[in-house]
Design a protein around this ligand. Sequence first.
Ligand code: FPP
Length: 250
Amino acid sequence: MSIIDPAIAVQRLPRHVAIVMDGNGRWAEARHRPRSFGHHEGVKAVRATVEACLRRHIPVLTLFAFSSENWKRPEDEVGTLMELFMKAIDREVDELVANGVAVRFIGDRSAFAPALRDRMDRAERKQPAQTRLSLNVAANYGGRWDIVQATRRIVQGIANGDIDADTVDESIVDAHTSLADLAPLDLFIRTGGEHRVSNFLLWQLAYAELWFSDVLWPDFDAATLDAALADYARRERRFGRTGQQLRHPA
Ligand code: FPP
């Protein structure tokens, strides 16, 4: 296993990494196995990635586990994924919490079966004594959904007098999105060779750095994460300013 280049200073590491874990199906098909096998192997890559983030002191990791569009997949594949989520929660949450991982699910969970919703609620109630990593699992999540739910809550706030409509600005919208209380998104990773965002964290992506890899998700490991981190550390994030301004602040 590779150890991240010690030359990458802590301040050059992202504080929040989000990953679209793509390629489970193709990974399995290449081995003449059912797609469900790829998803099972994908869970192992999730575990390895969480461990790698803990070792690298990355405080927030957000994973796209199931998009609001994934319901369109064949019924048996959706069933497999639901079962995998249940089993992963049952098996992993206690150990995650013991290792300082706070688990949160983002997305519209009203569409999930009560047994899964119940597990999600219980997992979120188990908070570690000291949080080393916030692990957000996006399930039935869509970036547009997130903006819509924020808008709804703001409209309710205006209706009941808690928010003055004239004060609604970016910071108020931001405060109502799913991950508002965590570090802003720094690095977006997508595996599986596609170069698109697929309705993931649309609002949060505004100033994130994007990194794409042909690696299929079950093959993703600490070395691939390190390659992304090393590339991120070399980027100049200007947030609209010029490079000159960054190097010589007024
Ligand atoms: C995309 O690969 C992957 C998914 C839709 C599911 C992701 C789920 C996991 C990695 C397992 C469970 C996760 C957790 C957090 C326990 P794909 O099926 O679209 O692959 P393809 O593009 O090759 O068809």
